[in-house]
Each structure stands twice: as C-alpha cells, then as structure tokens.
Design a protein around this ligand. Structure first.
Ligand SMILES: [Zn+2]
Length: 300
C-alpha cells in the first residue's frame, strides 16, 4: 500500500503565538508526491499563522537553498534566515563520496563542484545580510560520514563556529550520533555566545551539560514520538528559558502524523508534547518560547 503523503489536518490553534525555530520551506516541494498541493511560501506562512505559529527561522544549509532562504527572508516579514554548509554537504564539497549505513549513496549535485573553503566563503557573504540571523545548521553527522567525511565535517564545523563569532550571530547545531565530539569541539574552540542545538537528540546527562553551558535546546516533533521517553526526560531537566521548538519541516512530523509531510502549521503538536512532558501549561510555555526566540535572533 502506498504511503499516505497528504497534509495532516490543522491542529487546535495556540492562542499564544510561537516561533518555528528551524524549518526548511525550500525543501517542502521535494517531499510532496503527485497530487499533494504545495501552498507555496506565503501559503505556508498564512496556514501557520492561523494556528498561532506567527514566525519562522528558515534554514538554507546548502549552496542552492541558502541564497533562496535569504531572499525569502527579505520578502516575508515573518521569516528570518539561517545559512550554512550542512555537515552532510561538507564532505561532498571536499570530493568525499561515502555510502551511509542505510545504503544511501550521496547525491552529488552541480553545487558540489565548489570546494569546501569557497563554499563557506559564499555562506559568509550571504550571512552578512541583515535578515540572516543565525549560522544554521552546522555540526557533525557521524551517521552519514565515515572517517574521511568526518575530517571534512570537523573542518567545516570549526569554520562555522569562527564565522558565527566573527559576525556575532547565534549558531544552530546539527548533531547526529556525535554528541561527545560536538560538545568537545564547542568547549575547545569556545562556542559562540548563543548556541542552539537544533532537533536535540541527547539524553538527560547531555541536556544537563548543555544547560550548564547556557546552550539552548530546540525540540522537534521527535519529542512527541511514542518511543522518545529519553527525550522527554531530557526536556524536563532544562530551564524553560533555554528551550525552543521547531518542525524541521518537511521532515520529522510530530505524533500522531509521523510519516506524513511536515510544515510549520503542525508546530502546536510539538509545543503541547513538550508542555505535557514538563507538566506545564502549553500557552504559558508558548509565551516563554516566543520571548526566548527574540532574545536569540533579535526582533522581527
Ligand atoms: Zn534541518
């Protein structure tokens, strides 16, 4: 039976507006299959606003989507942008071609003809645009990299840390199966003053370390998954002022719509799952989350 790829119904709206800390509206059309209409950027923003998600951080983390994201942020007042070379992209710019454990070959595209240093230079130029409010997403992804790829990822991560500090921008971290080394590099190089773990995937011990160091933890739909008790436990040990929420759309759709396409309008599911895990009122949590988003990225 074919997978159901239709848009899930609207969640019950939040009365208190909340920000989607990390989304990829640029990637939504790619994951939709035949017959599922994509409302486009303005449509997604309206749809989200209708259920209380009034603003988004649009992340363009390759040389194709980064400039598109900056333009999107220039055009839509609800959007600010993040730009970076994603840890999965870094090895490809270095000519490293490794097959991931799930058997997926890396997709080598025209943009990867640009070397890694030049790619980061192009990102640095884009990052000077006033609507770029974060270096995102950078870090380590050991799931999708062997030994050689990890060398490229470390180099790219350190270059992005330096860039975020130079431009006084917050940094969003992508950390997949690389918790210890991400924390190590941040400590060794000195993290940017504002560091946000996007789609936090660590345990209670790691959440405590992050909180001690003042890093923000952004929870995605994964916190609502049935088997995610470890994540909910991690979410409970962090002060509310260090929390963010995100869709990471079009991926990681929250329960009960796991497997369907994702978009910012589905964020209320994650806000409620996080509030339930922390035994807090979702509206009060939403109000703290919104204030924190402005502290991190500045007003927009
Ligand atoms: Zn992402």
């Amino acid at each position: 039976m074919a997978k159901n790829r239709e848009w899930p119904p609207d969640p019950e709206p939040l009365a208190t507006p909340v920000v989607d800390n990390h989304t990829h509206l640029t990637h939504v059309p790619d994951v939709l299959h035949d017959g599922v209409p994509d409302p486009g950027v303005a449509g997604h923003l309206d749809w989200a606003a209708g259920v209380g998600v009034d603003r988004v951080v649009q992340v363009g983390c390759d040389l194709d989507s980064a400039p598109v994201s900056v333009a999107m942020a220039g055009e839509h007042p609800a959007v600010v942008a993040g730009v970076a070379v994603h840890p999965i992209e870094a090895p490809l710019h270095d000519g490293v071609r490794e097959v991931a454990p799930d058997g997926l070959d890396p997709m080598v595209l025209d943009r990867h003809a640009v070397g890694l240093d030049e790619a980061i230079t192009q990102i640095a130029d884009l990052a000077r645009h006033p609507r770029v409010r974060t270096i995102a997403e950078t870090g380590l992804d050991f799931f999708r990299a062997g030994e050689q790829g990890r060398v490229s990822q470390r180099a790219a991560f350190r270059a992005h840390i330096a860039l975020a500090k130079e431009l006084h921008l917050p940094m969003q971290i992508h950390d997949r199966e690389a918790h210890a080394e991400v924390l190590e590099i941040l400590a060794a190089d000195g993290a940017p003053p504002v560091t946000v773990f996007h789609c936090f995937s660590g345990d209670v011990a790691m959440a405590r370390i992050c909180a001690e160091r003042g890093y923000y933890l952004s929870f995605a739909g994964t916190v609502s998954f049935k088997n995610a008790e470890q994540l909910r436990a991690a979410a409970r040990v962090v002060p509310a002022q260090l929390l963010q929420v995100e869709t990471d759309a079009p991926y990681l759709t929250a329960h009960p719509w796991r497997g369907r396409p994702n978009a910012p309008y589905l964020l209320p599911h994650t806000v409620r799952a996080l509030a339930r895990a922390r035994d807090e009122d979702p509206e009060e949590l939403a109000s703290v989350l919104s204030a924190t988003a402005e502290e991190i990225y500045g007003p927009w």
